[in-house]
Ligand binder design. Sequence first.
Ligand SMILES: Nc1ncnc2c1ncn2[C@@H]1O[C@H](COP(=O)(O)OP(=O)(O)OP(=O)(O)O)[C@@H](O)[C@H]1O
Length: 288
Amino acid sequence: MLSIRQLSLTYADGTQALRDINLQLPHGMVGLLGPNGAGKSTLMRTLACLQTADKGDIQFNDIDVIKQPMALRQKLGYLPQYFGVYPHMSCRVLLQHMAILKGLNDKTSQKHQIDSLLELTNLTAVANKAVSTFSGGMRQRFGIAQALLGDPKLLIMDEPTAGLDPAERERLHSLLVNISQEKLILLSTHIVEDIENLCPYVALINEGQIVESGAVQQLLLPLQGKVWQSPVQPATQCLLLSKGYRFGQPLYRLFAEQSPCAGAIVVEANLQDRYFFELAHRGATDVA
Ligand SMILES: Nc1ncnc2c1ncn2[C@@H]1O[C@H](COP(=O)(O)OP(=O)(O)OP(=O)(O)O)[C@@H](O)[C@H]1O
């Protein structure tokens, strides 16, 4: 269990990136969903002890994260949004280098662990190639391999699927599901679909505040039977959740107690509806 209480962080230029964050996160896959600039990376870096909060407490199982950052680091795997690699270092050598930094000094167990992580991330065949020559998907899989060194109990992943093609995204999803046993995996993204596919639990963040959190199914309940899809924007008052397109034709998703216009059909509510519903209530999208 990861418990965050009253966490706040303001950058030197006065940007209030985290405002009184309170969260109780269970084990398994947890999604952190929010628009650009919501504070996802700031929260991730603060949880990973790479930034210091101005105020608040973080507890991971029996570790007081603010007071015992070294104890947390031994249980932590972190995949940052962007990471650089040494230009000529092979995948295996880079993993060896990172294993030493993580304190995995015993050569035999280090080799055993690196071999199994290469296997798990499907990188065995390219273990001797320079990581700088890897494609985006291979690089992300390398990022996961390095994050998994030392068998961390808390895995923090900042936008792990950004820039991946559908096949690589799918591969990454099954990898994450396979490793999610007995770990807390906190995954940040603005791709709602990633969270729907992977996470039973989600926290929605906007402007540095948690606007909603809970089991995904529970969060959708209040919207069921009230989300309508229509090819035209109704003239009556109702909440516009989103305007998308299908085959180049507009498609409106609306929140209304009753049918908002002729031709509107009731559809199953999804996490994207809930996400836009929350943003709309905070004035970030239009109300039709
Ligand atoms: N080093 C910094 N100094 C000042 N402001 C910062 C700094 N880093 C981030 N910010 C600001 O803090 C806020 C939160 O940024 P953050 O990167 O945490 O958001 P995010 O949700 O991860 O965004 P994205 O999805 O675009 O990566 C934004 O307003 C951002 O401009």
